[in-house]
Design a protein around this ligand. Sequence first.
Ligand code: TIU
Length: 223
Amino acid sequence: MIEVAATPFAYAFEPASTALVIIDMQRDFVEPGGFGESLGNDVSRLGAIVPACRRVLAAWRERGGLVVHTREAHRPDLSDCPPAKRDRGNPKVRIGDTGPMGRILVAGEPGNQIIDALAPELGELVIDKPGKGAFYATPLDDVLRKAGITHLVFMGVTTEVCVQTSMREANDRGYDCLLLEDCTESYFPEFKSAAIEMIRAQGAIVGWTAPSAQLLGAMAASR
Ligand code: TIU
């Protein structure tokens, strides 16, 4: 058992029953010309978490832990994209339109790929999801249960949208979830802080949060 100094209290996990879940670290959100920028966001904030994410991913891989990468992605025919999602607001380009990195938020396009710095390795799970949550309309819950996973450690973007939605879905399905505070980011710093606070409030109503150094230190000490 590994115990991490977390908020609001220690997060204890068994490595064999814990997966690292990396939410949507895709060019569409992190680089200019993708979905994130099409919504009017300054995407430059998000790259800052990449080094911390890489350290955790490397440590997790070294221990042989299960790694799950997610991508927000729609089929090329957009049959899994609700019109309400595509039609909302007044973006410069919409989901399915062609931008500088190919069609916005469409599976297989250059912009939809996970950034090179965090690219999945052979044997790691890659889940394409049409919604903000990683459990909606995906096989993720089945796969995790079959692998005996009960605990999830989260990283990725954006904190208050896909990360928080996925954590809430996971929490309702009975997983104990830890969010690594310096491995998640938002286009809005105040939303990141608020999401972290609301996740861990009320005795970890959604889950725990901790700096990644606490996790890495606890993992190193348990070897
Ligand atoms: N817009 C925004 O903040 N996020 C998303 O649309 N998707 C994810 O968070 N991945």
